[in-house]
Design a protein around this ligand. Structure first.
Ligand code: SF4
Length: 403
């Protein structure tokens, strides 16, 4: 997308559920991707029913946000039975594109619809020759493998005239973007049909025959998470069309925070034409507040090496967690907060507006609907908290995780 003479990439966020679609949209994503009940690669994500899909598309389109639907499972003949009905429904709903990896699915889509086709990262397109072939097959955009650098993505775009999409944030995969069966063998869950158990994050014992190599337990296949906020200028200079955030199975906090940080950064660039190091540091600190596994820039500049491995432990780093979502604001009176995790009176929280930095509240006081002041809130209930003019429905409220 271009604004004036400045090229601004699209920010594409994950929408693992209807509510996460709304959160990502309201926090500034330019496009979201989601899965229906079948054919997507995240079987455990809260995939969209037809009714939710319709509501999600209407909600996103009303705010200028595009909706892409993933159809990137590798399908057997018996899986294809319902595909035609589903893709015709997607066309009728006016989804903006479908993300596909299987040649048979591409052929079926072309035969029955005019849907725009994006090639899934699952197809591991890494070079110009491959991209040209996919273009001939009718693909408009390639979601490049995480193994491709920003510089190579630029060359692929220039040589093919295709739109290119590159991951900027989220979990990494140690295989060529999901072409892996570790999970199948260790957990009986098929990585290429939505069941990846992230078996590469587990601890394994190295058991080499070479006596010089000592057998030891290690997380030697466990990758750090990707964060490209400090490479935004490079993405823009290379005119990468779309910046993809991984994580349909991740939390509302993740969907909202990552969308907010990257969209604020792109908006800043649109207005000023540059970034400031203080802002980059602040945005990086915000991204450290969501659950993550230590960050790396992966292969975005140079090929990922051993410093991309997360040797320490299997767990994640989580400084903050969402304790509630703003349900309603009653001007000059109070805010109604839907409690997601229990919290105590006078705990320290941050309210995250759709733009601008978080509002810090040193001691949050709350009461129930009938004015009681319990010592601890109950998940699933509505509580009243003080009014802040910047706060809007769907804003997230988070608290530091107690150690
Ligand atoms: S187990 Fe790891 S390497 Fe294999 S598909 Fe899942 S994330 Fe990728």
């Amino acid at each position: 997308m271009t604004h004036g003479d400045k090229f601004i990439p699209e920010l594409l966020a994950p929408a693992g559920s209807l509510e996460k679609l709304k959160v990502a949209t309201l926090y500034g994503a330019h496009a979201v991707y989601l899965g229906g009940q079948s054919f997507g690669l995240r079987s455990a994500a809260e995939n969209f029913t037809s009714v939710e899909l319709r509501e999600g598309v209407e909600f996103a389109h009303a705010r200028g946000t595009k909706v892409f639907v993933v159809l990137n499972s590798f399908l057997h003949d018996h899986d294809l039975e319902n595909l035609v009905d589903f893709i015709c429904e997607l066309e009728q709903l006016k989804v903006d594109a479908v993300i596909v990896s299987d040649l048979g699915v591409i052929e079926t889509i072309k035969k029955h619809t005019n849907l725009e086709i994006h090639l899934s990262t699952q197809a591991s397109c890494l070079n110009i020759a491959s991209a040209m072939l996919w273009k001939k097959m009718g693909v408009k955009r390639v979601v490049l493998g995480r193994e491709v650098s920003i510089a190579d993505a630029k060359k692929i775009k220039q040589a093919t005239g295709l739109e290119v999409e590159l991951f900027i944030h989220g979990s990494m995969c140690m295989a060529y973007s999901g072409n892996c069966v570790i999970s199948n063998y260790t957990q009986g869950r098929d990585s290429n049909r939505g069941g990846c158990a992230h078996s590469c994050r587990f601890e394994y014992q190295l058991d080499f025959k070479n006596p010089d190599i000592v057998a030891k337990n290690s997380y030697f296949m466990s990758s750090k998470d990707l964060m490209g906020i400090r490479l935004l200028q490079d993405f823009i200079d290379a005119e990468i069309d779309s910046l993809k955030v991984e994580g349909r199975m991740k939390s509302h906090h993740y969907a909202g925070t990552v969308s907010q940080v990257y969209s604020e950064a792109l908006n800043f660039y649109r207005e000023h034409g540059h970034f400031l190091s203080d802002d980059l540091e602040r945005w990086e600190n915000e991204l450290r507040k969501v659950s993550h596994r230590d960050y790396t820039e992966g292969s975005l500049v140079e090929e990922a090496g051993s410093d991309s491995i997360y040797h320490e432990r299997e767990g994640v780093i989580q400084d903050f967690q969402v304790i509630g979502v703003v349900s309603q604001t009653l001007k000059d009176q109070c805010i109604l907060l839907e409690v997601r995790s229990p919290f105590r009176q006078k705990c320290e929280v941050e309210i995250v507006p759709f733009s601008g930095g978080p509002i810090h509240v040193a001691e949050l006081e709350f009461s129930t609907f009938n004015g009681e002041r319990p010592s601890k809130s109950r998940p699933g209930t509505l509580v009243k908290i003080p009014y802040y003019p910047e706060v809007e429905p769907f804003n997230l409220v988070r608290a530091r995780v107690e150690s």
